[in-house]
Design a protein around this ligand. Structure first.
Ligand code: SF4
Length: 424
């Protein structure tokens, strides 16, 4: 049961938002709301999982969780797009709002809200061939390389060193608290295991379009972030051996904002294609409050400057940045109204996008064990209004901004808008 029993009376419903934005696909609006409110599964929906076929609670994919229920890692929606959700952590005992229910009606998997079927889905994500195999140390290969339906993912560091100084981790992020709770002692694994897993993963023809690297920040080194850079470069060089020598290969690195010399090394010495230093919060003052570690070690204006420098090095369209949309309204220091937040962050988004940097937005959820775990997230209307404006800005300034689009990602639902508007 939701902690605020009256929450439905305080905001527009899914149907009302769908009616308010007729130029936005209803399916995309539903996906945003699924990520915002979360979902649960009926016994019948769980019984539809075939562990031999479907991706369920894959170890490598769950870096933000301590443990996971027996639920699918992702959904294949009615319109053929993906939705990353099932390995997200939500408050279950007393969620902020009532989650949706995944159920089965007439043998069809459906999405239900207040006993009404709001849509149906095609099914659950299928796992790739390499998930059935083990590394030379006996561990499942998916400990090292995870996947979504069309991409491979390698999370290098399971701990983020912004948390070394109490209070400096990003306030919406549960990664380092979960790492500490898990009792793990290895922040990352030996390169050879990533290599073994990647070698098997790429044997499956036609499955993957890109490999994504990410992980917690590493601040050490001769200069700040040198060690993080080196760790990623080692993995990128290993992956590069599977491709034509000297060629760039389809790859994305979501990392801390490196300075010019570090960026030049990254570009010159590896085949990395897309670089994504996530700025997270589109406002200097809110960034400094919400991401104090990033603010102290790099700083908001410097983070942006490094993003723009990266465009000079990697080229327009090859640099993107991520935000945690909605977190700018956290209390007590966030924007007090949705209108104020909308005005401020879309203005800043335009500044960033106008430099040829594509913007990918995650939908903020108040995740257990994050500093913001008891916060309230914004209304569905706010999310749709803002994502719609981000899309307009990207169409205005960038011809092809969609690295994390519906074909590869499934997490950044706003990027579904690259498809022709209209009813889906
Ligand atoms: S940089 Fe922030 S969001 Fe990223 S892992 Fe560290 S604390 Fe989490």
């Amino acid at each position: 049961m939701a902690r605020d029993k009256e929450w439905r009376k305080k905001e527009l419903s899914l149907k009302e938002v769908q009616e308010r934005y007729p130029d936005i696909p209803k399916s995309m609006i539903l996906k945003v709301d699924l990520q915002r409110r979360g979902l649960t599964y009926s016994d019948a929906a769980v019984a539809k999982i075939d562990p031999d076929i479907h991706l369920v609670n894959a170890a490598g994919a769950n870096r933000f969780r301590v443990s996971a229920d027996y639920v699918p890692d992702g959904l294949l929606m009615r319109d053929g797009s993906y939705l990353v959700i099932s390995n997200f952590d939500y408050e279950k005992k007393e969620p902020e709002r009532d989650p949706y229910l995944i159920d089965v009606v007439d043998d069809q998997i459906v999405i239900v809200d207040q006993d009404e079927v709001v849509d149906w889905i095609q099914g659950y994500w299928e796992k790739p061939d390499f998930y059935n195999q083990k590394a030379s140390n006996g561990e499942p290969l998916n400990t090292y390389v995870a996947c979504r339906p069309q991409r491979l993912e390698i999370t290098i560091n399971s701990y983020c060193h912004f948390w070394d100084t109490p209070g400096e981790g990003c306030k919406y992020c549960p990664m380092s608290p979960n790492y500490k709770l898990s009792g793990k002692t290895e922040e990352r694994y030996d390169l050879k295991y990533y290599q073994e897993a990647f070698a098997e993963a790429v044997k499956q023809k036609g499955r993957n379009t890109i490999v994504i690297l990410t992980g917690g920040s590493i601040l050490s080194g001769e200069e700040v972030l040198d060690d993080e850079l080196q760790v990623y470069m080692d993995v990128l060089k290993m992956i590069g051996e599977f491709f034509e020598p000297g060629q760039r290969f389809p790859s994305q690195l979501i990392a801390t904002a490196f300075h010019e010399r570090q960026l030049e090394r990254l570009y010159e010495e590896t085949g990395l294609m897309i670089y994504t230093p996530d700025i997270e919060v589109l406002n200097k003052e809110k960034f400094e409050w919400i991401c104090p570690g990033k603010a102290r070690h790099v700083g908001y204006e410097e983070w942006k400057r490094r993003i723009f420098k990266a465009v000079d090095i990697f080229g327009k369209g090859n640099v993107t940045t991520g935000v945690v949309l909605g977190v700018e309204q956290a209390t007590p220091n966030g924007f007090p109204t949705e209108d104020e937040a909308f005005r401020a962050i879309t203005e800043e988004a335009e500044h960033i996008i106008s430099h040829g940097v594509a913007l990918a937005a995650n939908i903020w959820r108040a995740t257990p064990r994050s500093a913001f775990q008891n916060q309230n997230t914004p209304s569905l209307d706010y999310y749709i209004r803002t994502l719609r404006e981000f899309d307009r800005l990207q169409r205005k300034y960038i011809s092809n901004p969609y690295t994390d689009d519906y074909r590869r990602c499934g997490a950044h639902v706003g990027l579904d808008l690259m498809r022709t508007y209209g009813e889906v």
